[in-house]
Design a protein around this ligand. Structure first.
Ligand SMILES: NC(=O)c1ccc[n+]([C@@H]2O[C@H](COP(=O)([O-])OP(=O)(O)OC[C@H]3O[C@@H](n4cnc5c(N)ncnc54)[C@H](O)[C@@H]3O)[C@@H](O)[C@H]2O)c1
Length: 279
């Protein structure tokens, strides 16, 4: 694999590693020498990320994960240790923007977003339109899923005496309520607080925890924006750098957070966001 091999001999797990930000980060970690567990609910794209890593001379394993399940998260962390002999880095990129989200189903996304624009035009209806089931699923995947992956990783790190590094994926929506739907923004604010809280609790174990709060990044999750002019115009006006980011922009931030270059940093959030306002 090409790269500076800054993660040689280390083992990384990436949840949501089949697509978008998780995929780019899994490829980046592998190019830096890490053995990578690509964990996702979508197995076909997860397998193709693994194939890509192996074809380039790296080591990788695809693991089926339902981020909402404690058992599934524990199995994922155990698989890393059993297959590659350790667990040094956990990156939690599995996420959904709303309860019905399925990565890659762009047609359904455009349909939903168009309806949401109509509903939100009626006073108060945007808020009332949030269904309990939708709310619960977003919190379960984004917030509880992050918590469960972190716990599973920390269990292994403590057992092995590893000075681990955890990178959570929050969002600019953790701080800016205009950057996503209701349950999504709340779940990401929760991920940000979970990052700060766990960083304090894990510092004495030598485990660092930091978050990345991406702005708008070109992935399946944001593909609908280009298709709806009203969204696109609003978005471009809000990004001082004038363009959306690429998944590699987040992979590079993740690399920084898992190497010693960020060794004095824990409980922080980085915002690769083109200057989008995060307060
Ligand atoms: N794209 C952006 O602009 C942006 C901005 C801020 C934050 N984020 C966050 O980045 C993360 C990655 O999103 P992305 O943009 O790459 O989108 P994506 O759809 O490309 O990737 C999300 C991945 O999570 C997986 N996933 C969803 N539910 C899962 C579950 N229950 N169990 C396991 N895996 C599951 C999907 O299959 C997919 O591979 C998400 O947490 C998202 O909220 C994205």
């Amino acid at each position: 694999m090409t790269g500076a091999h800054r993660l040689e001999g280390q083992v990384a797990v990436v949840t949501g590693g089949a697509n978008g930000i998780g995929r780019a980060t899994a490829l980046k970690f592998a190019s830096e020498g890490a053995a990578v567990v690509v964990a996702d609910v979508q197995m076909a794209p997860a397998e193709s990320v693994v194939d890509e890593i192996i074809a380039a001379g790296g080591r990788a394993l695809a693991v089926e994960l339902d981020a909402r399940s404690r058992e599934s998260n524990e199995q994922m962390a155990e698989a890393a240790v059993q297959t590659f002999g350790g667990l040094d880095v956990m990156m939690t990129a599995a996420g959904i923007s709303h309860g019905g989200y399925s990565s890659g189903d762009i047609e359904a996304e455009v349909k939903r977003a168009t309806r949401r624009l109509e509903v939100a035009a009626e006073p108060g209806q945007g808020f009332l339109d949030v269904e309990l089931e939708d709310w619960q699923r977003v919190i379960d995947v984004n917030l509880t899923g992050t918590f469960l992956a972190m716990q599973a990783a920390v269990r292994q790190m403590l057992e092995l005496g590893t000075k681990g590094r955890i990178v959570t994926i929050a969002s600019i929506a953790a701080k800016n309520p205009d950057a996503g739907p209701t349950a999504y923004t709340v779940s990401k604010a929760g991920v940000w607080m979970l990052t700060k809280k766990s960083a304090r609790e894990l510092a004495s174990a030598g485990i660092r925890v930091n978050a990345i709060g991406p702005g708008y990044i070109r992935t399946n999750m944001t593909a609908l924006i280009e298709q709806i002019p009203e969204y696109n115009e609003r978005l471009m006006a809000a990004i001082p750098l004038g363009h959306v980011g690429e998944p590699d922009d987040i992979a590079h931030a993740a690399m920084y957070l898992v190497t010693d270059e960020s060794g004095y940093m824990t409980g922080e959030i980085l915002h690769p966001a083109g200057g989008y306002f995060t307060g």
